[in-house]
Design a protein around this ligand. Structure first.
Ligand SMILES: *[C@@H]1O[C@H](CO)[C@@H](O)[C@H](O)[C@H]1NC(C)=O
Ligand SMILES: *[C@@H]1O[C@H](CO)[C@@H](O)[C@H](O)[C@H]1NC(C)=O
Ligand SMILES: *[C@@H]1O[C@H](CO)[C@@H](O)[C@H](O)[C@H]1NC(C)=O
Ligand SMILES: *[C@@H]1O[C@H](CO)[C@@H](O)[C@H](O)[C@H]1NC(C)=O
Ligand SMILES: *[C@@H]1O[C@H](CO)[C@@H](O)[C@H](O)[C@H]1NC(C)=O
Ligand SMILES: CC(=O)N[C@H]1CO[C@H](CO)[C@@H](O)[C@@H]1O
Length: 568
């Protein structure tokens, strides 16, 4: 909460005592679960590693911070479990990447150490600030590196096309994901339904209409440059509103099913569930009329009730067997017209078996860990503090008043953030890169002030690839810089992320500043405008409105179902 969005100062004072008690309990539980964890995961060789554990256990960022598995102290009923879970992540990460990446960074480091751009930032009092930035070429560095990146970025800003040649340019990860998406249209085809249905024919006719959509140059309410294809999106969205019918299985017991949790870091799944179950437009009572079937469980509640990975999987498998036995729909497509919406870190893992054909809307959208681009879809992480006022657009400062080049603050979760700090904490006056900020009201105010006054907000992965910072940055009109290899950004099927964000590969952290400085002012202004234009897609409304987050999530699911169907 050092970084939290809303003023929680009052809460903080009131709960200060409670907090201390909870921390104490958490530490004890943690210590116990440490042993339990490794017996569950059956990785006994980790046990010798006590140095790492000590460091993590005493880290002040075990609790509230703004990231996956973080900030659960408010309204948290499974706090201990979360901390315990973080330990597992932390260990696995360190084991899997830790040594490797440290080694790699050392290599990169030596390569880049000569590469200290002498930069002259003039924080002009005239309010023009960063515009007077001047990049002076360093003496020892291959000059074409900078030139390449500049011209590529320049060129990109003009043409909008992908250029794959320069490592310093757009990261391969995004380009690769794009290739994956295109490939998925050709190759991913869900199993042929056991028998065809009228609903399939309706979907196919919608698909045909979308593919033949008239080219429109401006669509009301949509800013064309931020979409892959605004004509198709517009048509597709319209058809979804008119035609899509969803059936929600009644089976499944509370609290795991049918009981949305509306606050905290996993709130996206709760908000979707609440709004879906309350939707008059999309829901049908008769499953025969449905194009899509929703499996209405909360991965957060599942996690809270069952702490064992295997048992969670089995629980979901029993559910699938139940509905497959009771209704004909699951067997018809093997689950391909079924979907789930889940935000917990583990949701991806526990659904990959029994729900493998389903369209999975997941926060933890990791391409390297079973997320299938074109079938699965990314659920944005939205940290909700107040149900009454779920998310709000913040009037950020105009570009001319954004005098800080880049901002980051947060706990040292995962392997990447320590690397980020190692390179950029207290290194350059225009790089405000911090660890955990103070958690009081003042800390929050400062955090907001930084988000408000920075050109770029660094969204570095934590234990997992996803982070609520992306949505946060979008709200404060700060261009998100996503450093999280293999993360598939939300609404990837529809949005052209490179028009309102910057992707930097994890291995390029040492050149982060160069990359950002090499983005021309004109391009930056375009990115900034893009951010403002996509804000509408990341807002929850208690009563959904056109193009809002609820509709966008549903649209991605609809979109992916359509793209898996074959026109004859
Ligand atoms: C811009 O990109 C195009 C290909 O998209 C290329 O032919 C051209 O040479 C590039 N221009 C510069 C200045 O790099
Ligand atoms: C995929 O399909 C498109 C047309 O929809 C075609 O142009 C492209 O060559 C195909 N790619 C592959 C890898 O088959
Ligand atoms: C699941 O968790 C909720 C809230 O934490 C609790 O009330 C309920 O009893 C739990 N159910 C089971 C089966 O453990
Ligand atoms: C669906 O298939 C499963 C496994 O083959 C079977 O047990 C079940 O009875 C089938 N459901 C229906 C409704 O026929
Ligand atoms: C951010 O900046 C805008 C414009 O200056 C201002 O209206 C808003 O109050 C600021 N927000 C915060 C939290 O400082
Ligand atoms: C088993 C093991 O790794 N023990 C180590 C625990 O940490 C202390 C202090 O860092 C080491 O001295 C032990 O060897």
């Amino acid at each position: 909460m050092g970084n939290s969005f809303l003023p929680f100062g009052l809460y903080h004072v009131r709960f200060k005592h409670l907090l201390i008690v909870v921390m104490f309990v958490a530490v004890i539980v943690l210590f116990q679960s440490y042993w339990k964890t490794f017996s569950i995961l059956d990785v006994p060789r980790f046990i010798g590693n006590n140095v790492t554990f000590e460091k993590d256990q005493h880290g002040s960022d075990l609790d509230h911070e703004f990231d996956s598995d973080e900030g659960r102290i408010f309204g948290s009923d499974s706090y201990e479990l979360d901390s315990y879970e973080k330990e597992i992540h932390s260990f696995t990460q360190k084991r899997m990447h830790g040594d490797d990446s440290t080694q790699k960074v050392r290599e990169i480091d030596s390569k880049h150490s000569i590469q200290h751009w002498r930069t002259n930032i003039n924080f002009a009092a005239n309010g023009n600030g960063i515009q007077s930035t001047e990049v002076i070429e360093p003496q020892n560095v291959k000059p074409q590196l900078l030139k390449t990146s500049l011209s590529v970025l320049n060129n990109k800003s003009m043409t909008g096309s992908y250029i794959q040649t320069s490592k310093l340019a757009w990261p391969t990860s995004l380009t690769e994901l794009d290739a994956q998406l295109i490939q998925s249209f050709n190759t991913t085809s869900s199993m042929k339904p056991a028998w065809s249905s009228r609903r399939d024919r309706e979907l196919l006719s919608a698909k045909l209409e979308i593919e033949n959509a008239n080219v429109i140059s401006n669509s009301p309410g949509l800013y064309a440059p931020v979409y892959r294809d605004v004509s198709k999106f517009s048509r597709s969205y319209e058809l979804m509103e008119r035609k899509l019918k969803v059936y929600i299985y009644r089976e499944g017991e509370k609290p795991i099913f049918h009981q949305p949790k509306m606050r905290g870091i996993y709130a996206s799944e709760g908000w979707f569930m609440r709004l879906m179950e309350g939707s008059k437009r999309f829901i049908v009572k008769d499953p025969k009329k449905a194009h899509l079937f929703y499996l209405p469980f909360s991965s957060q509640m599942l996690r809270a009730n069952i702490s064992n990975n295997k048992q969670m999987e089995q629980y979901l498998e029993r559910y699938v067997n139940l509905i497959a036995g009771r209704y004909r729909f699951w067997n018809r497509t093997g689950g391909a017209d079924h979907f789930l919406v889940a935000c917990h870190d583990w949701a991806s893992r526990i659904t990959v078996q029994s729900m493998k054909n389903c369209i999975r809307s997941l926060c933890n959208a990791n391409f390297a860990k079973g997320f299938q681009v074109g079938k699965d879809t990314t659920l944005p992480v939205t940290y909700i503090h107040s149900v009454m006022n779920p998310l709000r657009k913040i009037a950020g400062k105009p570009p001319s008043e954004r005098i800080i080049l880049a901002f980051f603050a947060g706990g040292m979760h995962g392997y990447l953030r320590p690397i980020l700090l190692k390179h950029w904490e207290n290194k350059e006056p225009d790089m405000k890169i911090f660890g955990q900020m103070a958690r009081d009201a003042e800390g929050k105010r400062i955090y907001m002030e930084y988000m408000n006054s920075s050109r770029y907000c660094i969204c570095a992965r934590g234990y997992e690839v996803h982070t609520p910072r992306i949505v946060e940055a979008i709200f404060s009109e700060c261009v998100p810089v996503i450093i999280s290899d293999n993360y598939v950004p939300p609404f990837f099927e529809v949005l052209k992320w490179e028009t309102f964000s910057v992707f930097v590969r994890e291995s390029d952290v040492p050149s982060l500043r160069d990359i950002l400085l090499s983005i021309p002012e004109k391009k930056y202004l375009a990115l900034h405008l893009g951010v403002k234009k996509v804000q509408q897609h990341f807002l929850w409304h208690k009563i959904p409105v056109k193009f809002d987050l609820f509709h966008m999530i549903l649209h991605s699911i609809w979109n992916n179902r359509l793209s898996q169907m074959r026109l004859k």
